[in-house]
Every structure is written in structure tokens, then in C-alpha cells.
Design a protein around this ligand. Structure first.
Ligand SMILES: *Cc1c(COP(=O)(O)O)cnc(C)c1O
Length: 365
């Protein structure tokens, strides 16, 4: 394996790579994996370069062995050119097995759980992550309990139930649901899934694939930001690509958030700390996170790449969603946010927009 150690993003303390930690035992901060870059570089041979882009093509960038993985052919999603703008590209993540990019994290996270012999996992989720974890656990024969906060959409709850997971409704917001699952891990050792280290590592593959498919490095990478995990994973993936020589410059990362739930974007645009938003409300339910776990990390990604941020209204999101549908791309509201943001900022040059989820996920009439 190519992992060298784990490190806390906040206090920088290092831990052995072999320990399963969900947060820094010292300060509670989030952990990131560091790799032996030389060993990864050795794996990037002719066979690698010729292989078709898919999630597991980049196995050397994940912290688990490639044996007995739980996979359903996630990734390898298409890149579609904007019909109106020649240098704008969409990465269609709704094409993943459960309809969102979350499957890239789940395949790594649930494979790891199976390697450890885990029998049951828990997860706090408003929808897409819960559905994805439930599906991959079902594949692996692992029992799943999803803690669902208020305000989750009916369709996503049905999807979770149909995969055979148990749903526990929490009378509170996402943070309350999260605390409940974290207690189950601390008190009873039930394996936690969600926005933690293994998921983050898996989610890097969106950018690996996109650059591979485009054959060049875009000037901007535009992402919707909820918890901030995808944003930071993209940044981390880009850094690793640069370290091994797959790219020679970093694109600028652009975060798009709902005007009604602007956390990272607010701090980036106005300076100061990331604000907490109480009872946020937006049709883009997948990016409706008042207290993003990976907020600081996402903010770092924007600042370090001289990125940008935009906030968009529900109306702008719906317009973008309609315009995407008019060119054959059906996106869920949160997925259309990246297009809405790119248009609002009038980005120039090669622009990659991640359309994170499928339109059938949240039917809005
Ligand atoms: C999870 C999700 C997001 C946001 O990703 P974060 O890692 O929470 O920032 C955006 N769009 C869709 C469709 C999602 O499921």
C-alpha cells in the first residue's frame, strides 16, 4: 500500500496509517491521508495511461488494497460539452449507480468496512449519501442504519428503504442526526460512514477522470458545496496529480452555494469566519448544510488555488436546471448549481462543471 500516514488538517498531528480514526483524537479535527508519492508514480505505467477512465483506474490513490472491493461500476461518467459554449464541459455524475457522485466515496468506504469484517454501519444523511451507503452495504451484505434529519425528500428516503436499510427519523437537523451516529461509534463501536477520511479519498476520482477525459487541465473547476467534502477532495486529488506529474498546474476551484445557505462562499467573499446558518432552506437539498464539516478545508481549497465563489438563488438554480434539460441533461437542483454559478460569474476559458446528481432525485413541480 502507498499510504504513509494520516494527518489532522487542523493541529497537523500525525497518526499511523493503519489506525482507523474518524477524527483527530487530539483536537477533533478532520484527518487526511498522505501517500508515498514515489510509489504511486511507479504505478503510472503504459497500461495505466492506456486504460479507460473509471473510478478504479486510479486505485493507487486510495488508502485500501484493490482486493475484494465492493464495486458496481461507479465512475467513468460522461463529459458532455455545453451546446452553446465550446470550452464549457459538464461531468455528468447522475450516471453513477445510485444517481450521484457519492458512489465514488461509498465504494472505497464500504470496501474498507468489509476488509475490517464490519457487520453493521451507520450514517447520518439527508439523502444521497444515505442511498449510496445503503446500496453498497447491500452489495457487501452489511446491515445499514441511516439517521435521517427533518427535511429529507421522499424519493431519497424511498431509495434508502428499498436498498434494505433501516431508517431512523431524527427530530432535528443534520447536525443532530450526525451527533447520534457519532455516539453509536463512540459508545458501541458501530462503524461510521459519512463525510470522513475514506469517503473523501474516493471522491477524488471525479477530477482524476475529468482531466483524463478532457486530455487537458481546465482553467476552472466548478462545484456545488454543501459539507465541503467534494470541494476538498477535488483539491486534494489535484494536488496529488500535480505531485506525481499527471498535471503541471492547478486549476482554480470555484465553489457554488445557495444564497440561502452560504457558509464557505460567505467567508471567502467577505473574509472572517465561516458563519453558521440556522434552519437553512433551499430547493437544493443536497447542499443545504448550515454547519459544513469540511468548511475550513473547502475554504483552503479556494484560497490556495486563487479560486472563486458564487451564491445563487433558487430561481437561478431552477433556470440552470431547465437550461441543462433543454440540452438533454437532467440534473437535480444541487447538481445544476454549478452551471448556475459558472454563468453568474461569467467564467472565461476552459470550464469544468460537476453536475453532481440526477434529476430524478428531486422532482420539483
Ligand atoms: C453531497 C452532494 C453535494 C455536496 O457535496 P459536499 O461534499 O457535501 O459539499 C452536491 N450535490 C449533490 C447532488 C450531492 O449529493
Amino acid at each position: 500500500m502507498h499510504v504513509s500516514h494520516q494527518q489532522c488538517f487542523h493541529c497537523k498531528k500525525e497518526y499511523a496509517a493503519s489506525r482507523t480514526l474518524f477524527w483527530c483524537p487530539d483536537c477533533g479535527g478532520s484527518l487526511a491521508v498522505h501517500y508515498k508519492i514515489g510509489e504511486i508514480r511507479e504505478k503510472l505505467d503504459r497500461k495505466f495511461r492506456k486504460a479507460k477512465p473509471s473510478h478504479w483506474k486510479y486505485w493507487m490513490f486510495y488508502p485500501i488494497p484493490k482486493r475484494k472491493i465492493v464495486t458496481m461500476g461507479e465512475g467513468g461518467t460522461p463529459i458532455v460539452k455545453d451546446r452553446k459554449k465550446d470550452d464549457w464541459f459538464f461531468k455528468i455524475e447522475g450516471e453513477n449507480p445510485t444517481g450521484s457522485f457519492k458512489d465514488r466515496g461509498s465504494t472505497v468506504e464500504i470496501s474498507h468496512a468489509r476488509h475490517l469484517g464490519v457487520k453493521r454501519v451507520v450514517c447520518a444523511s439527508t439523502g444521497n449519501m444515505g442511498a449510496s451507503v445503503s446500496a453498497y452495504s447491500a452489495r457487501a451484505g452489511i446491515k445499514t442504519t441511516i439517521y435521517v434529519p427533518r427535511g429529507s425528500t421522499i424519493i431519497k428516503k424511498e431509495q434508502i428503504k428499498d436498498y434494505g436499510a433501516r431508517i431512523v427519523r431524527v427530530n432535528g437537523d443534520y447536525t443532530d442526526a450526525l451527533e447520534k451516529t457519532q455516539k453509536l461509534w463512540e459508545k458501541r463501536g458501530i462503524y461510521l460512514t459519512g463525510d470522513y477520511l475514506y469517503r473523501q479519498e474516493g471522491q477524488k476520482s471525479v477530477i482524476f477522470e475529468a482531466i483524463d477525459q478532457m486530455g487537458c487541465t481546465p482553467k476552472y473547476v466548478v462545484l456545488p458545496v454543501g459539507m465541503g467534502n467534494l470541494c476538498y477532495a477535488t483539491y486534494k486529488g489535484l494536488r496529488e496529480m500535480k505531485m506525481v506529474g499527471l498535471i503541471n498546474r492547478m486549476p482554480r476551484i470555484v465553489a457554488v452555494q445557495s444564497y440561502h445557505c452560504s457558509t464557505v462562499a460567505e467567508a471567502f467573499l467577505k473574509g472572517g469566519r465561516i458563519p453558521e446558518v440556522d434552519d437553512p432552506e433551499t430547493i437544493a437539498s443536497a447542499i443545504c448544510c448550515g454547519r459544513p464539516n469540511y468548511g475550513e478545508e473547502a475554504l483552503h481549497a479556494l484560497r490556495d488555488t486563487r479560486g472563486k465563489a458564487a451564491t445563487v438563488t433558487d430561481k437561478e438554480i431552477l433556470e440552470a436546471r431547465d437550461e441543462l434539460a433543454e440540452q438533454g441533461i437532467f440534473a437535480e437542483a444541487s447538481g445544476a448549481a454549478s452551471y448556475a454559478g459558472a454563468k453568474k460569474l461569467r467564467l472565461r476559458g476552459k470550464v469544468l462543471m460537476v453536475v453532481t446528481g440526477h434529476g430524478l432525485k428531486d422532482v420539483i413541480t
